[in-house]
Design a protein around this ligand. Structure first.
Ligand code: ATP
Ligand code: MG
Length: 176
């Protein structure tokens, strides 16, 4: 096996991006600036059309890609990653889909533990305005029709608009 040291400067960050919001972008900007190349993993890629996972992997891909282009960040790639529902296999799943990397940015204790056991360098990132820069808050505001736009990058809002993301989320969140 090739040593992870060979891929120093190549890093990974994983989120569900349901949807991409300004908190994610603060982290992505910082990680991309510190890295030669940043892989952005789209977690739980198989889910869509659910109240907690309204957007498809492709729609989430497009949100990230459009915003990165808009900001002039080029040293990244995007990889959709489906869940495996077996934590002992999670790192192998990510490794099989991502370009090689040596550093993982995550604050999640389980993610940190799993990648540490596999020999990766772990880095933490600060949380920005977490009371509002949160997928859960953005989705709630979308359903309630209240002020979600200022919480997401403009280009992500465009993707949400032309997929009728808010209409979809409202319908699938409705009770019959
Ligand atoms: P949800 O409420 O749907 O879980 P989320 O805002 O937690 O959404 P995720 O896609 O689950 O977003 O987040 C992936 C990672 O993005 C988190 O583990 C966290 O490290 C980072 N992140 C999310 N929000 C912020 C924020 N406001 N500031 C910094 N990092 C954030
Ligand atoms: Mg989360």
């Amino acid at each position: 096996m090739v040593s992870k040291r060979h891929f120093t400067g190549h890093s990974l960050m994983i989120g569900r991006f349901q949807p991409l919001h300004n908190g994610h972008m603060e982290v992505i900007r910082k990680c991309a600036a510190e890295s030669e190349n940043l892989t952005i993993g789209i977690g739980s890629a198989q889910y869509s059309h659910e109240p907690d996972n309204p957007f498809t992997a492709g729609e989430r891909y497009l949100m990230i890609d459009e915003v990165m282009r808009d900001e002039g960040i080029a040293n990244y790639c995007i990889v959709p990653i489906e869940d495996v529902n077996r934590y002992s296999l999670w790192v192998a799943q990510v490794e099989s889909l991502s370009p090689p990397f040596s550093t993982v940015y995550s604050n999640n204790p389980l993610t940190r533990r799993l990648f540490k056991e596999a020999g990766y360098e772990l880095r933490e990132t600060p949380l920005y305005n977490r009371e509002v820069y949160s997928g859960t808050v953005v989705r709630r505001k979308m359903v309630e029709g209240d002020g979600w736009r200022p919480l997401v990058p403009r280009k992500a809002a465009e993707v949400i608009d032309y997929t009728d993301g808010v209409g979809r989320l409202r319908e699938i969140s409705g009770r019959d």
